[in-house]
Design a protein around this ligand. Structure first.
Ligand SMILES: Cc1cc2nc3c(=O)[nH]c(=O)nc-3n(C[C@H](O)[C@H](O)[C@H](O)COP(=O)(O)OP(=O)(O)OC[C@H]3O[C@@H](n4cnc5c(N)ncnc54)[C@H](O)[C@@H]3O)c2cc1C
Length: 710
C-alpha cells in the first residue's frame, strides 16, 4: 500500500491547533492567496511594461528624429541669404541628430544639444514645443533597451579611461534620478494638462488662452494619475478616451500626450505614488521565504532539467527552503541539441546557467554536484563527500542512452544527451569531411563520407535531415578534393515507419522529405553490429566511419538509489501524485519516472510532460507543507508532436491538426523559440536561424577538443 506523500517524519508545519486559530489561518490563507495573485499581476505588468517601454522609447526617438529632420529641411528652404542661414553648428547637429536619435547612439548628449543647443533655431524648434517632455525623458532616463547606448553601456563602464567611466557613472546616477522624477513629473504635468483641457499649451509656456472644463470623470482620473493610484489602468483609460475627447479640438500635441500616457502605463507610477506604497505593504505582508530560514521544511531537488526547474519555480512562494543539486551548472534545452551537433547553433545558445535561471528566487540554493545515492532511512541525499538531509525529495535526473545491452557500441556510435555529446558529435562529423579531403583511396574516402544514424524517432530524423542538409548546401565550395554533397546519410529504423509517435500520413511526409534531401531511409531494418569501420544492417556491412545513436534511452539510476526495481526502462514507478511507493515525501518526475498519468497510459518522455510533472510535484509538496489535502492525481495534457526534417520541412500534429512542409516548419520554429529559456538565447537562436536561412551557411563549424580522439 502506498503511503501518503504528504506524510513526513518531521512535525506538520502550519497546522492549526485550535478551531479558532484554524479559522484565522484559513482567513490568512485567503488573504495571502489574493495578495499573491495581486503580486503576480504586478510582476506581469512590470515584465510586459519593460518590453513595451523599450518599444515606446524607440517610437519616441523616431518621432523626434523625424521632427528634427523636417525642421532641418524647412530651415534650409527658408534660408535665402547667408545672414538667415542656420549656423554651421546647428546645421551639423540637426543633420546627424535624427540618425543618432533613431539608433539611440549618444542619445543623452544629442538631446542635451537639442534642448539647450547651439543656435537659436534649434532651441526654438524643440525647447518650447510639445516635444520637450519626451526629450526630457530621453535626457534623464536614457534611450531605453532598444538602442545602441544600451548595448554599449556595459563595455563603457569598464573602459580604462577615467573620463569615459565618469560619464558612465553619471548615466547611472541619471537613471536612478529618472526612476524617481520621471514618472512623478510626467504624472503631474499630464494630470494638469488633461484636466485643464489644454494639452502642453500651458507647459512650459504659461497658458494664456481659454480653459476647457473637463468632465467630472476625467477630473477624477486625473486626480488618480496625480496621486499615482491605479496608475497603469488609469493611464490606459485616459489614453483610450482622454486626449481626443478632453483636449480642446485644436490642441496639436495629442500624439505626444498619448505617447507619454503609454509610457506611464508601461513604466508604472514610480516610487512616489500610492501604488508604490501599496506594493511595499503587499511585499512586507508576503515576505518571500528565505533560504537561510532553518525552521521551514527542506526540499531537495536533484536535476535542473525541465522537470526540476519547474518544480523549484512552483515552490517559490512556499514556506520552504530548496536545494537544487545538478552535476552540471546549466539547464539544457535538449530539443535543439541536434542543431549544436550539426553546427547550426552554439552550445551557449541552448543552455543557461541554473544559477542565473533561479537568481531571483530567494528560497533556493543551487549546488553543483553529482548525486550518487539516497539514504531512505536517514532521509539524506548522497554526494561523493557529503550528505544532504531532506524533508521532501524530488528526483528529476532525466534519462541516458541505452544501447540495449551492447554498451561497446557507445564508443563508435555516440548518442546525444549533453552539450559534450553534441560538440563531440559535431567534431566527429566535421572531422570525417576533413579526413575524406586528405584520403587518396576512393573506398576509404567513401567510408569517411558515409554517415549512419541509428533510430527513426524525432532525434534520429532531425539529425539525419540536418546532416544531409549540411552536406548538400552548408559546405559548398569549401573542399577541393571531395564534393561534400556526395556524402551518404543512412537512417536506420527498426520499426516499419519513421516517427512512430506521429500518424502514418505524417510519417510518410517526413520520409519523403528526408528522401528529397538525399537521405537513405531504411525501415524495418536492424543494426546488428557497430565498430570503428562500419555498421552492419541486417547482417549486411556498410563501410561508414561515422555513426550516431538515436535509438534508445534508459532512465537515470534513481530507482537503484532508492533500492527499487524500476520498470523495464529502469524508471522509478510513481503513484497518481508522482510519489514513490514506500518512500514518504519522495517524488520522481520527468524522464526518470514511470507514471500512468496520461488517461491511464504511460506519460511520454517529453519536455512538456516533465514540466507538468514538476508543477504537480510542487503542488503536492506545497499542500503537504500547508497541511492541506493533496491535489487531484496528476493528469498529463498532450499538446502535440513536432519534428523538423530540414529547411521548410517539418511535421506537426496537434490534436486533429496535421501540418507538414513550410507551415509546419514555421510552427516548429515558433514553438521552440518560445519554449527556450532566456531572452538572449531566443534572440541568438532566431538570428542564427535567419542567417542560415538566407545564406545557407552554418556559423559554428568548429572542431573542438582533441581532434585525434574525435
Ligand atoms: C536530443 C534530444 C532531443 C529531444 N527533443 C525533444 C523535443 O523535440 N520535444 C520534447 O518535448 N522533448 C524532447 N526531448 C526530451 C526532453 O528533452 C526530455 O523529456 C526532458 O528533458 C526531460 O526532462 P527531465 O527534467 O526529466 O530531465 P532532463 O531535462 O534530462 O534533466 C535532468 C537533469 O538532471 C541532472 N542529473 C542527472 N543525473 C544527475 C546526478 N546523478 N546528480 C546530479 N544531477 C543529475 C542532469 O545534469 C540534468 O540537468 C529530447 C531529448 C533529447 C535528448
Amino acid at each position: 500500500m502506498s503511503e501518503d506523500p504528504s506524510r513526513t517524519d518531521r512535525p506538520a508545519f502550519g497546522a492549526a491547533e485550535t478551531a479558532a486559530s484554524a479559522a484565522r489561518s484559513v482567513r490568512q490563507e485567503r488573504v495571502t492567496a489574493v495578495l499573491e495573485g495581486w503580486q503576480a499581476v504586478g510582476r506581469w505588468a512590470v515584465f510586459t511594461g519593460g518590453i513595451v517601454q523599450a518599444g515606446l522609447l524607440l517610437v519616441a526617438r523616431i518621432w523626434l528624429s523625424q521632427a528634427v529632420f523636417v525642421h532641418q529641411i524647412m530651415a534650409m528652404m527658408r534660408a535665402t541669404g547667408f545672414s538667415e542661414a542656420p549656423s554651421v553648428g546647428s546645421t551639423l547637429i540637426q543633420s546627424v541628430a535624427p540618425l543618432l536619435l533613431a539608433s539611440g547612439l549618444a542619445t543623452r548628449p544629442v538631446v542635451l544639444l537639442l534642448l539647450f543647443g547651439v543656435g537659436r533655431d534649434v532651441s526654438e524648434a524643440h525647447l518650447a514645443g510639445p516635444h520637450a517632455l519626451l526629450l526630457v525623458w530621453l535626457l534623464i532616463g536614457g534611450a531605453g533597451s532598444l538602442s545602441l547606448d544600451f548595448l554599449l553601456r556595459g563595455g563603457l563602464a569598464r573602459v580604462p579611461v577615467w573620463a569615459v567611466r565618469s560619464i558612465s557613472r553619471l548615466y547611472a546616477a541619471s537613471d536612478a534620478l529618472g526612476e524617481l522624477v520621471l514618472p512623478l513629473g510626467t504624472r503631474v504635468i499630464l494630470a494638469i494638462a488633461i484636466a485643464a483641457g489644454t494639452g502642453f499649451a500651458m507647459w512650459p509656456v504659461p497658458f494664456t488662452g481659454e480653459l476647457v472644463t473637463a468632465p467630472w470623470w476625467t477630473i477624477l482620473l486625473c486626480w488618480a494619475l496625480l496621486l499615482g493610484l491605479g496608475t497603469r489602468p488609469v493611464a490606459l483609460i485616459l489614453c483610450a478616451i482622454g486626449p481626443p475627447i478632453v483636449l480642446s479640438a485644436n490642441t496639436p500635441d495629442q500624439f505626444e500626450i498619448t505617447l507619454l500616457l503609454l509610457l506611464i502605463a508601461a513604466k508604472g507610477a514610480g516610487k512616489v505614488s500610492v501604488d508604490a506604497l501599496a506594493s511595499c505593504w503587499t511585499g512586507s505582508h508576503l515576505r518571500m521565504p528565505d533560504r537561510s530560514d532553518a525552521k521551514v521544511p527542506h526540499v531537495v531537488v536533484v536535476g535542473g532539467g525541465f522537470g526540476g526547474i519547474t518544480a523549484v519555480r512552483g515552490l517559490r512562494r512556499t514556506s520552504c527552503r530548496i536545494t537544487l543539486i545538478d552535476r552540471r551548472n546549466h539547464h539544457l534545452f535538449q530539443p535543439l541539441l541536434y542543431q549544436v551537433a550539426t553546427a547550426a547553433l552554439s552550445p551557449a545558445d541552448i543552455a543557461l546557467p541554473i544559477r542565473s535561471v533561479l537568481r531571483d528566487q530567494r528560497n533556493v540554493t543551487v549546488r553543483l554536484g553529482e548525486v550518487v545515492g539516497v539514504d531512505r532511512v536517514a532521509r539524506e541525499v548522497l554526494l561523493p563527500a557529503e550528505r544532504v538531509a531532506f524533508d521532501y525529495l524530488i528526483l528529476a535526473t532525466g534519462a541516458r542512452h541505452s544501447y540495449f545491452g551492447k554498451d561497446e557500441w557507445a564508443a563508435h556510435a555516440p548518442g546525444l544527451k549533453s552539450i559534450e555529446d553534441a560538440t563531440a558529435m559535431r567534431s566527429r562529423m566535421l572531422l570525417a569531411f576533413e579526413q575524406a579531403e586528405s584520403e587518396e583511396d576512393a573506398a576509404k574516402r567513401e567510408a569517411w563520407l558515409t554517415f549512419v544514424v541509428v533510430g527513426g524517432g524525432p532525434t534520429g530524423v532531425e539529425l539525419a535531415g540536418a546532416l544531409a542538409e549540411l552536406a548538400r548546401t552548408g559546405l559548398e565550395k569549401e573542399y577541393r578534393a571531395i564534393d561534400p554533397a556526395t556524402a551518404r546519410v543512412i537512417l536506420v529504423q527498426s520499426a516499419p515507419r519513421i516517427l512512430p509517435a506521429f500518424s502514418p500520413v505524417l510519417s510518410a511526409h517526413a520520409e519523403r522529405s528526408l528522401r528529397d534531401l538525399g537521405v537513405d531511409v531504411r525501415t524495418d531494418a536492424r543494426v546488428t553490429h557497430i565498430d570503428q569501420d562500419g555498421v552492419e544492417i541486417d547482417g549486411l556491412r556498410v563501410a561508414a566511419r561515422t555513426a550516431f545513436w538515436a535509438a534508445g534511452v534508459a532512465a537515470s539510476p534513481a530507482a537503484k538509489w532508492l533500492g527499487l526495481a524500476g520498470d523495464k526502462s529502469g524508471r522509478v514507478v510513481v503513484d497518481g501524485n508522482l510519489a514513490v511507493h514506500g518512500c514518504a515525501g519522495v517524488f520522481a518526475i520527468g524522464d526518470t519516472a514511470a507514471s500512468d498519468g496520461w488517461a491511464g497510459a504511460g506519460v511520454p518522455g517529453l519536455a512538456p510532460a516533465a514540466k507538468q510533472q514538476g508543477r504537480h510535484a510542487a503542488d503536492v509538496i506545497r499542500a503537504a507543507i500547508k497541511g492541506h489535502p493533496s491535489p487531484r492525481a496528476f493528469e498529463y495534457h498532450h499538446y502535440g508532436n513536432l519534428a523538423t526534417i530540414g529547411r521548410l520541412a517539418a511535421v506537426v500534429e496537434v490534436r486533429w491538426l496535421r501540418l507538414w512542409g513550410a507551415p509546419a516548419w514555421w510552427l516548429w520554429g515558433l514553438a521552440h523559440v518560445s519554449l527556450l529559456t532566456g531572452g538572449r538565447n531566443r534572440a541568438t537562436v532566431v538570428l542564427n536561424w535567419l542567417w542560415a536561412y538566407f545564406t545557407y551557411r552554418r556559423g559554428t563549424r568548429l572542431i573542438t577538443g582533441n581532434t585525434m580522439d574525435a
